[in-house]
Design a protein around this ligand. Structure first.
Ligand code: KIV
Length: 271
């Protein structure tokens, strides 16, 4: 599907209406202008400037090192490429935990300096004050529960979360709390499908799943993973729509061959 310039912008209200009519929501990550432009034209509803930029753009092992300044750089590039999609930006590790005042300042910088439309942060009750304070400034907030990668050193592994009753019950309480506080959507990462179903049915706001199964109100993937730019990351939930690593490598090898052999540029490719 290609999208014309007059198409209505996706807002948080559009997303809630989609959930109400049972229409699935699409979200993908974007970190730069060119890819954001493609995702937007393809009709994806939400572009997440994820702190996964720390992994796929910067090559870090975890999402922890990326800074607020770096997130703002990625987000402002994405915003310039988008005409229709809602641009949601991750608050990076250290920019919202512990102090709701710091959280609000971080969110305001993202909105002002990048021109983003909403922020996302990880956690439930522990970040309730930050969520409340950011919302009080009129900034839409997306929650993120289940496997929250900024807490990887607490979890110890990237395995499925909330399989046990205690953790599942906390997740259900947190989801309700985030809805009551006023979040417009919640990402549910790597939890059992049955739990995603229960949570999604209990909320009026949409849930967006990643490794959360078929019952979420929408789905998100890391674009570099679904396009096969990354190769080593192969969890069960990931569907690869392309093998871009191999395709790009082939093209670059061909370019090198052509330059070295004198085939490129030819007489039509010069002035
Ligand atoms: O940073 C990110 O890409 C995310 C998605 C995995 C939801 O938070």
């Amino acid at each position: 599907m290609s999208v014309s310039k007059e198409v209505k912008r996706v807002t948080v209200h559009v997303l809630q209406a989609m959930k109400a009519r049972g229409e699935k929501i699409t979200m993908l990550t974007g970190y730069d202008y060119s890819m954001a432009h493609i995702l937007d034209e393809a009709g994806v509803e939400i572009i997440l400037v994820g702190d996964s930029a720390s992994n796929v753009m910067a090559g870090h092992e975890t999402t922890l090192p990326i800074t607020l300044d770096q997130m703002i750089y990625h987000a402002s590039s994405v915003v310039r490429g988008v005409h229709r999609a809602l641009v949601v930006v991750d608050l990076p590790f250290g920019s919202y935990q512990g102090s709701s005042r710091v959280a609000l300042e971080s969110a305001i910088r993202i909105m002002k300096e990048a021109g983003a439309h909403a922020v996302k942060l990880e956690g439930g009750e522990e970040v309730g004050d930050s969520v409340r304070r950011i919302l009080s400034a009129g900034i839409p907030v997306m929650g993120h529960l289940g496997l929250t990668p900024q807490s990887i050193y607490k979890f110890g592994t990237y395995q499925v979360r909330a399989k046990e009753e205690e953790e599942a019950n906390k997740l259900k309480r947190d989801a309700k709390l985030l809805e009551e506080l006023g979040c417009f959507a919640i990402v549910l990462e790597k939890i059992p499908a049955a739990l995603t179903k229960e949570v999604s049915e209990s909320l009026e706001i949409p849930t967006i799943g990643i490794g959360g199964g078929m019952y979420a109100d929408g789905q998100v993937l890391v674009t570099h993973d679904m396009l096969g730019i990354t190769r080593d990351f192969q969890p069960r939930f990931l569907r690869r729509y392309m093998e871009l690593f191999d395709a790009i490598k082939l093209a670059v090898e061909q370019y090198c061959t052509d330059v070295k052999s004198g085939d490129f540029p030819n007489e039509h490719e010069q002035y």
